[in-house]
Design a protein around this ligand. Sequence first.
Ligand code: HEM
Length: 774
Amino acid sequence: MFTESVFLNIVGAILATVILIIIFLKKRYSYWKDRGVEYIEPVIPHGNAEGLITTKSPSECLVEFYNTMKARKLKYAGIFFMTTPIFVPLDLNLIKQIMQTDFAHFTDRHSFYNDKADPLSAHIFSLTGERWRNLRVKLTPTFTSGKMKLMFPIMVKLAQEFVKTVAEESQNEPLEVKDACERFVTDVIGNCAFGIDCNSLKDPNTEFRVKGKRITDLTNSEIFVAFLSFTFPSLMKHLGGRLTPKESADFFWNVIKDTTEYREKNGVRRNDALQLLIDMMHKKGEETDNTLSFSEIAAQAFVFFIAGFETSSTLLSFVLFELSLNEDVQNRLRIEVLNRDNDEFTYEDLFEMRYLDMIALLCTETLRKYPPVPILSRVCTKDYKVPDSDVILKENEEVNISVWGIHYDPEYYPDPQKFDPTRFTDENKSKRHQFAFLPFGEGPRICIGLRFGMMQVKVGLALLITNFKFKLNPRTVLPIRLDPKNFMTEILEEPCNQSKQWISRGIRKSCKTKRELFQLCKMFPHNSTIKNYYTKYAGMLRVIIEAAKKLTFEKSINRSNNVVKTTWNIIKQETKSYLNFANIAIHDEPDEVMEDPSVKRYSHWKDRGIEYIEPIIPYGNSKGSFVKKSLGEWMIEFYSAMKARNVKHAGCYFMITPIYVPIDLDLIKQILQTDFVHFTDHRSFYNDKSDPLSAHIFSLKGQRWRNLRVKLTPTFTSGKMKLMFPIIAKISEELVKIVSDECQKGAMDVKDISGRFTTDVIGNCAFGIDPIGI
Ligand code: HEM
């Protein structure tokens, strides 16, 4: 009897609870209907977010909703994320009102912080109202262009480290690019925000990195606590809820504390963000409004790390991903960066020079396709009447803006899946609504580290692209999928069938430096041809032809010889980018070596509509040159034949190398003089290290040539000539004597005597020595 009544009570209680929940949800799910806001019928219990976290990320759920509602031509709509109603503006003018014009009604984002249990969480990203406003004013000067300039050399130094690490780690296997980018960014932010050498490039398991990564790699239970904290913030604050894993919070707290104390004790100052924060702490008593407590500065230093680390590494890795899919763009970028005028990277290069516009365009288009923060959040802080409607948004109501949805909206970006950096030229940008591009947010809460983030990505990219060629690891699973558990844009790691490794974002390096090529040549001890040619004639056509021949031979012995394959790749790359032999036939794969490269090559001038003489394999138009004809004679023949055809210019083939030949004198003047900036260099080779004498003015290129030319020009002024004149006159008198002596003997070798005369003149005037040629 007793048991029965207990049982009935329990059943009754469960039923009552279920009924109450259903009533609550019914009421909840009528939220948008009651306010006259369009919505999609929600389903208990996930609302409009079916598959959230299990198969779809929050961003993907919102994008689906955006597309459906946009198709209904709505300006705004209401979504239910589980049971939470969220207002979703779709119209860009309304988004602008919310983020900028009427910002006073939307000062906060949906966030959670707990000063007591987790003081690091009380940072500028999560703070609200007046606390946020005060802090924003204080922190804004941290990222002025003056401060950025001071941090720039640190970034360049770390980017050089980055290049070294990539070179080492991609020797034998594909490189996990996101991971490598994260390590680079960790070191940059560690240095610039905390003044600490984190060394995560050298040691991926350094504590700074492990504890940093842990902040975003949440366990399922931590994700659940985060969900509860966002949904019931007051209750969770009361219960001591926290978002940062304790071990990471403790580590960062101690790092910031120790560094601050060390600097204070030892009077050490550095050009980093932490210094600026410490200085604010010490303004106490002077400008009380402008001071920060230690707890506050620790939280801000911490947020620079978490806000900058994931976003910047995501951007850099996706730029490399797109470049590896778009080889043409990658090659053009490499040439642009290599062709810059100066050897060192300067701050001005990155922000002012034309060639880096391309980097900026690439980054911008990448930010469009893969915005690291795919949803922007705002909370209504004062009741707000939605313009041109009767809808009133109530205090505490949440607003979500689908950055991803907007960035893929064909109304703003036709063919949105296409990676097209030209969408962001000034002209194309001016045709679009400013709020159609929101990777950094907008309005007063726009990303505070925008410049810093872009700068580290640009520096890293510029150095990587000049050192490596990036290709997609064939094991990368395409199309890429987003990690459903992540609020940020993060690729889902797909299991790799064969090796159980997780390589979904690997990009393989296939380019080696010249030094590495030499090392590789050493691996062929039996093969003196490659080695000798390389050391003696590096950069000459012969090394390429001989190496290719040799490789063909090697390959015929062992078709799967990996070393041959690698060497072939390297030689290809050497010839393409380092030595600038872009016009020598180079195949994509060693398998093609056997094919005749000239077939495609010989359509070069035809394809360009330039007059040419039909070439003969393998001589091109240079049959007999060096054997029966000098190079000069060969060129005269070609010139005369083309002149007879009355053309202003023509194209010839020296073996398989296409060469442009201007014939018209005005055109020659354009090339040599008027448009000289396009033709500053000779086809030449020099090697500062193994053959320093080769780095002379005749062979130098670009800015190095220009600098030297300016320095050497005064050597031959008329004043200097005058000083040399007596020396030349004296040697000329010697010449007269010698000529008369020789004439006595009969015939005389005039070329020989002239050579001896000029040797003496140059030896005397250039080196101040008497070579006794005459
Ligand atoms: C490519 C790199 C980056 C991207 C795409 C990015 C994106 C964003 C976005 C979308 C927001 C929210 C803006 C809004 O709600 O309107 C934001 C806020 C913020 N970002 Fe970034 N960010 C990047 C790099 C950085 C870096 C390097 C730092 C720090 C060193 C940083 C610090 C912050 C902070 C502190 C906020 C909060 C600002 C506030 O609420 O006042 N970000 N970022």
